[in-house]
Design a protein around this ligand. Structure first.
Ligand SMILES: Cc1cc2nc3c(=O)[nH]c(=O)nc-3n(C[C@H](O)[C@H](O)[C@H](O)COP(=O)(O)OP(=O)(O)OC[C@H]3O[C@@H](n4cnc5c(N)ncnc54)[C@H](O)[C@@H]3O)c2cc1C
Length: 432
């Protein structure tokens, strides 16, 4: 059963399925009348399990799923619930793409509201930096079209401010030509994890800015544990394979690096679809500034199938490149302040072990976090600068003074990191 069909089982009073911006305005009026909060549901990838609905109305956005690409202006107009698979496929027909993430089924809008770090980010930059305009319905019922000129403040917030300023019915997204692309995975048995991590870390210090990669140490439910490097570049396979020599010298048992395109790559390497009937998962992350040999050793130990931190997958993404340069036109998230992202995901029983792993690895950074991977308990303090927190809080107060929109990461102007930790549950869970 898909996540969307589970939503359809909710009692009618707890769910509205708008088809037009006017319907969304009506939903805000209903929420106000019923004294309930609205929860925006585009794909369900970012919200905790729906649970008790007595004080909330779920706004099922699935009707807003269109994608239109204008190959001349290189702009896509997409519905607020369109998924990456739909945008990537439509843009790909014209040799274009947008800064996509690692999961085809994630919603483009939800992803971009929180920044957006993906498979080609060192080349394409943050997802939110590609937003050119948005049509949204704000809690007082107004339907707005916002771009850099019409409302610079709200436009800034929509570019990576974490969402919650209104309900987005459509986005205009800038597309980038991708005349060439190579990518794939290199794979080893898990026993090579530390050796691979050390070599990969050294390699990331000297790769060109357009090469994006991540190491994943994985324990699939079926099959052996693996160490893999996922890699892409806007180059041909021969060039990318030459750059990969320090890693292929370690004799991977699997090498699928070849000429490809964004649609083929994402459909092959996308993160698995969320199974709403599987036990819930927990996740944690932290940004790192460096990954020396002793950190690689710790990561490999935490990732061990027995005696490690209990995660199903430990991932380190290489950041930097276009992610480290302020985006043209700015945005609440306009760069990522770290060289690597350490991310762990596992069943909720592993939560304590994973939190410990993150605490230990934090010594290799400044405790910075990234909105889209944030469990509730870390709040926003570690993901945004102080000035941005104040600016976002001002906007929330101006646009949604009654707090009609429910949000997985509410903002508290005066809260400390510790206060925010006390506000949320121990760990965020993936719907499931
Ligand atoms: C398997 C998986 C892989 C992921 N991979 C990546 C990745 O590679 N990089 C990355 O940066 N993030 C990644 N994420 C995180 C993901 O980008 C966020 O969870 C995002 O919020 C999901 O958006 P959604 O619309 O799919 O989900 P939903 O649960 O439908 O929405 C989540 C939130 O997004 C906002 N939102 C969604 N649609 C709208 C709208 N139309 N109007 C206003 N607000 C809206 C709302 O605040 C909503 O609560 C991943 C998540 C999962 C589960």
């Amino acid at each position: 059963m898909s996540t969307t069909s589970l939503v359809n089982l909710l009692p009618a009073a707890a769910r509205l399925a708008p088809e037009t911006p006017e319907d969304v305005a009506f939903a805000f009026a209903e929420a106000r009348r019923m004294n309930r909060k609205l929860v925006v549901f585009s794909t369900g990838h970012g919200i905790p399990p729906i649970g008790d609905t007595t004080d909330r109305i779920l706004l099922d956005m699935s009707a807003f799923d269109g994608v239109e690409v204008d190959p001349v202006t290189r702009v896509a107009r997409i519905g607020g619930a369109a998924r990456w698979s739909e945008l990537i496929a439509a843009a790909n027909e014209h040799g274009l793409t947008a800064p996509f993430g690692s999961a085809a089924s994630v919603g483009v809008t939800g992803y971009m509201m929180g920044g957006g770090i993906g498979f080609m980010s060192r080349h394409l930059g943050l997802g939110c930096s590609a937003i050119r305009a948005a049509e949204l319905v704000v809690p007082d019922g107004r339907i707005l079209r916002v771009d850099a000129h019409s409302d610079p403040d709200l436009f800034w917030a929509l570019r990576g401010g974490g969402g919650g300023f209104g309900v987005i019915t459509s986005l205009e997204v800038e597309l980038t030509p991708v005349p060439r692309m190579a990518g794939g995975v290199l794979g080893w048995g898990f026993e090579d994890a530390e050796r691979v991590l050390r070599a990969w870390s050294d390699w990331t210090a000297q790769v060109p800015d357009d090469v994006t990669s991540a190491v994943r140490l994985m324990h699939p439910p079926e099959g052996p544990s693996l160490a893999v490097v996922v890699v892409t570049a806007p180059r041909d396979a021969e060039e990318l394979n030459a750059l990969l020599a320090p890693l292929t010298d370690l004799q991977p048992v699997l090498n699928t690096v070849r000429d490809t395109d964004p649609e083929a790559f994402v459909s092959e390497y996308t993160d698995p679809e969320i199974d709403p009937e599987a036990p819930p998962h927990a996740f944690e992350h932290v940004l790192l500034d460096r990954l020396p040999g002793d950190a690689c050793q710790l990561v490999a130990e935490f990732a061990r199938p027995a005696g490690g931190c209990g995660a199903m997958m430990v991932e380190i993404r290489h950041l930097g490149g276009a992610l480290s340069r302020p985006a043209t036109g700015g945005g609440a998230t306009q760069l990522i302040d770290g060289e690597y992202c350490f991310f762990v995901v596992g069943f909720t029983e592993a939560a304590e072990g994973m939190a410990h792993a993150v605490d230990v690895l934090s010594d290799y950074g400044r405790g910075r976090t990234y909105f889209n991977f944030m469990p509730r308990r870390t709040g926003r303090r570690t993901a945004y600068r102080q000035e941005a927190i104040h600016r976002l809080a001002d906007l929330y107060e101006a646009l949604d003074p009654e707090g009609l929109l429910d949000h997985p990461h509410p903002i508290f102007r005066t809260a400390t990191v510790a206060d925010e930790a006390a506000e949320g549950p121990a760990l965020a869970t993936l719907p499931g």
